[in-house]
Design a protein around this ligand. Structure first.
Ligand code: ATP
Ligand code: SF4
Ligand code: MG
Length: 327
């Protein structure tokens, strides 16, 4: 499959010097054309940091400490998002790669009508007439499932789910090829979240963009994404096709996450979850970062750090239970 975005060896720190913590560590991730890639992991595992690091939108004191982010343009050339000039990046940001931030629904301007905010996005990035922009704004709202008579509403007149849809409409305004969506945390209930994701996935099929969807709700990803990457303590510990991950999670942490939500189908099972909590990034455990919580930990786990690689079964996992095939 054709690649569109490749993250290679990405490291992101908060702060500098002895006080700094590494919130994203040696992450490799590939997004293919037209696919939905899900990113899951407990709170604090580094999902947002990864998304903002790879698009150079990190708030201070976040710093990209290394790596590259290769974006494949339509003409077959590539650019490294971490190294192109600010002006070039700004241009790419709406027209090629759009991001819907965590907490974005609160970032709509409360005193401006939805129409004004949508039109502003269009005005800033494309040369068109006011009439055409208004038509396009209406069309975008319809696209994301909002009746176009809502165009003149203020944000507070819309539900949380509708505001999230407005954010998606804005992200899609310039027909980007990649949409990165960091879930709104507690703001939306699961049913609404599911409906919104359904809309996004349907649009992906019609409009042909790729999606990176970030959530701690793995059940949503199993349902909607093509592939899933699982993060723990700043690292990707497993990456697999959704169906493979769901049927046979290889990393004990992936397994634990899957046990943390009720089965979509079939008999009800106990919610077991994972005992303990993620490590303090300033005091990372030796060896496998998951070993203090892992029921299957062996001697080697506290001593040597497993790295993400192709196991013999051809699956991508960082765990000593599944040694990486040599060569
Ligand atoms: P959530 O599911 O809660 O959104 P997340 O997976 O997106 O979590 P991040 O927000 O990326 O996690 O945070 C990753 C780690 O970086 C956490 O340990 C967090 O404490 C740390 N971190 C985040 N922002 C800062 C900051 N401004 N300064 C210092 N550390 C930070
Ligand atoms: Fe558990 Fe060891 Fe695998 Fe880490 S490497 S997840 S501690 S079995
Ligand atoms: Mg986050």
């Amino acid at each position: 499959k054709e690649r569109i975005l490749e993250v290679r060896g990405l490291n992101v720190d908060y702060g500098m010097g002895p006080e700094s913590v590494r919130a994203v560590r040696d992450v490799d991730l590939t997004l293919h054309r037209g696919e939905v890639l899900g990113l899951a992991g407990e709170s604090g595992s580094g999902k947002s940091t990864l998304a903002y690091g790879m698009t150079r939108l990190l708030p201070p004191p976040g710093i990209v400490a290394g790596g590259e982010v290769i974006y494949h343009l339509d003409d077959g050339t590539t650019v490294d998002l971490l190294r192109i000039r600010d002006a070039d990046l700004r241009r790419l940001r709406w027209s090629e790669i759009a991001i819907v931030f965590q907490g974005a629904i609160n970032s709509l301007n409360p005193v401006q009508r939805i129409s004004t905010q949508l039109v502003d996005v269009l005005k800033a990035h494309s040369a068109s007439t006011p009439r055409a922009r208004l038509d396009r704004a209406r069309e975008l709202l319809t696209l994301v499932g909002i009746a176009s008579d809502r165009l003149n509403s203020y944000p507070h007149q819309l539900s949380g789910g509708m505001r999230q849809r407005v954010m998606i409409a804005m992200a899609l305004a310039l027909e980007p090829r990649v949409v990165i969506m960091d879930e709104p945390t507690t703001a939306l209930d699961v049913v609404v979240q599911r409906q919104i994701l359904r809309t996004l996935v349907d649009l992906r099929e019609r409009l042909g963009f790729s999606v990176v969807f970030i959530t701690h709700d793995l059940s949503l990803l199993v349902e909607f994404s093509d592939r899933i990457a699982i993060m723990y303590a700043g690292q990707v510990v497993e990456e697999a096709a959704s169906a493979d991950l769901y049927r046979t999670p290889l990393h004990p942490y992936s397994d634990g996450l899957l046990q943390s939500f009720p089965a979509l189908k079939g008999p009800k099972r106990e919610l077991s979850g994972i005992a303990g909590s993620p490590p303090d990034l300033r005091m990372m455990p030796s060896g496998c970062p998951f070993h203090p919580r892992c029921a299957r930990a062996m001697d080697v786990c506290g001593q040597q750090t497993p790295v993400l690689g192709q196991s013999r079964a051809g699956r991508s996992v960082a765990c000593w239970l599944h040694p990486v095939s040599v060569g």
